[in-house]
Design a protein around this ligand. Structure first.
Ligand SMILES: [Zn+2]
Ligand SMILES: [Zn+2]
Length: 523
């Protein structure tokens, strides 16, 4: 029976180019997962979009003397180009700047307000007397009270991942001019997260299939007790607050960006011509919802978004799994876009094919701990593994069959024990990789598939059809037949990771259509 799989992917801020850390953390894993499920014949809806709001965009716009919308549009185009070139197969990649998103956000806002989960209160906010403005979140910086990191922002400490409020910062200063801010009272709306603490705790405790880091991180928060959080800001860029008297303030980005998962599903349904279709992925209790994010985003997806969904009701599915990844370091150092210590995705794609990068980031995925990217490792893995193991296997079998058997699959003779062993090993691997991908164990899955390629090379070295063919054409035909079968299934196992080369192998082998259509079955 086919399953329904909803895949929500972190919304990148449209204020800068994508780098490999983001790809390894949040964008490649969901694509692997989506391609796997589509090949299994399951119905997948994978959505995300550019986060166009928030201070990251307005700060960038001010730095460049542009309008926030221009900045957002520029990077949105770049994101679309990146997905296309890297093969990240979104069903919809939209933006938070759509009318639909504002409508869905305001509906959730008003419903939560009506139910008492959003309330009005006075907030003491940092105000820069020099710039004569309130300093929302990223406009203020200081030292993190939890880990002592000096560059913590008013909304979150990037070093330890803790969400922060501006008043918690030690030695705060205005990001624009460096002045020490004063605190002034301003009226805002708050999300009553404290009201959900017990329900969330009960719910999170049941999620024993979550990755340990995600589960423990979330439980720690709940055991400390969630604090109510302001969800509006003194800024003029963002979704309007649907309440009179708040025209000069906006709904803040952390509240509305997560709503994008729902609004994007609605947009996707509307554009498919069946406006109610989103319900299959949101209100069907058999649908499993996965959220792919980096570890800095965990509390927003395991606590805040579920709290909003619980409060809103309407029978919307809570996350089934939030397989958050750890970080990718670059050449042994923590990645930093502000210090330009990053590998930019489009720079890579200008020079190289997508699959070698997808390979390295998969086999070295930061699933349970941080992993490192280095160019040396990239070259080594590409040459020694992808080319020497998988590429060489495919190349030598196909060229030999092409030259000596007229490009047709040779008729096999009787299988010996070695033939049977390699075939049954590959068939077991197809099942094992299936199970690993189903459970979001991507690194183990690609390693299991690559082990089949290694085994097959050893098998061919033993059988040496290129030598044997001179005295025993039938024996050579049998081992080539076996090798072709293994390759036909290997390309299925590797397809989620290496979609471009797997599709080529699929066609070289004479299969029609796409790998996805052919399905996850022994061939
Ligand atoms: Zn910190
Ligand atoms: Zn200032």
């Amino acid at each position: 029976m086919s399953e329904k799989i909803f895949i929500g992917v972190a919304w990148p801020y449209a204020n800068g180019s994508l780098h490999l850390g983001q790809i390894a953390g949040a964008y490649l894993p969901p694509d692997i997962f989506a391609r796997y499920h589509r090949t299994k014949g399951n119905e997948v809806l994978m959505v995300s979009g550019s986060d166009q709001h928030g201070t990251p965009i307005t700060i960038k716009a001010e730095q460049e003397g542009k309008k926030p919308g221009e900045i957002a549009a520029r990077y949105h185009r770049q994101f679309l180009e990146s997905w296309q070139k890297l093969g990240i197969s979104f069903d919809l990649f939209t933006t938070t700047g759509t009318e639909n998103h504002a409508k869905v956000t305001q509906d959730i806002f008003l419903t939560l307000l009506d139910r008492g989960y959003i309330f009005k209160d006075t907030l003491s906010q940092p105000y820069c007397p020099n710039c004569k403005r309130f300093l929302a979140d990223r406009y203020i910086e200081g030292t993190c009270p939890y880990c002592g990191s000096p560059g913590a922002r008013g909304d979150q400490c990037e070093t330890c991942g803790k969400p922060l409020s501006p008043a918690e910062l030690i030695e705060p200063r205005c990001r624009i001019c460096g002045t020490t801010p004063v605190f002034r009272d301003t009226e805002h709306f708050f999300l009553k997260l404290s009201a959900f603490n017990d329900r969330l705790l009960d719910w999170v405790k049941q999620q024993t299939h979550w990755r340990p880091n995600v589960l423990n991180f979330s439980l720690r928060y709940l055991e400390e007790g969630l604090k109510d959080r302001a969800i509006t800001r003194d800024i003029d860029w963002g979704v309007a607050i649907p309440v009179a008297g708040f025209e000069d303030k906006r709904i803040y980005v952390w509240f509305e960006a997560v709503i994008g998962y729902l609004s994007a599903a609605k947009e996707w349904a509307a554009s498919s011509g069946n406006g109610g279709k989103w319900r299959q992925f949101w209100q069907n209790s058999d649908t499993k919802s996965y959220y792919f994010i980096g570890k800095d985003n965990i509390p927003f997806h395991t606590l805040i978004w579920p709290a909003m969904l619980m409060g809103y009701g309407d029978n919307l599915n809570l996350p089934y799994d939030v397989p958050a990844n750890e970080f990718l370091t670059i050449e042994g150092r923590k990645l930093s876009t502000s210090q330009n210590w990053a590998v930019w995705l489009l720079d890579y794609l200008d020079k190289y094919d997508p699959d070698p990068l997808r390979y390295l980031l998969s086999i070295n995925m930061p699933e349970t701990s941080d992993t490192d990217f280095s160019w040396r490792e990239f070259v080594r893995r590409n040459n020694d593994e992808l080319v020497a193991t998988y590429g060489n296997l495919v190349h030598r079998v196909l060229t030999f069959v092409y030259r000596n058997f007229d490009g047709r699959v040779p008729d096999p003779g009787e299988f010996d024990a070695q033939d049977k062993a390699i075939l049954s090993g590959a068939s077991k691997a197809l099942e094992a990789v299936d199970g690993l991908l189903y459970g979001c164990h991507f690194r183990e899955a690609i390693r299991a598939a690559m082990a089949v390629a290694q085994e097959s090379n050893r098998y061919l070295d033993d059988k040496s059809p290129w030598k044997v063919i001179k005295e025993n054409r039938q024996a050579a035909a049998t081992s080539l037949y076996v090798a072709l079968h293994v390759i036909a299934n290997l390309k299925t196992m590797l397809y989620p990771f290496l979609p471009f080369s797997s599709q080529k192998v699929h066609e070289y082998l004479g299969f029609e259509g796409s790998v996805e259509k052919a399905g996850w079955k022994w061939q």
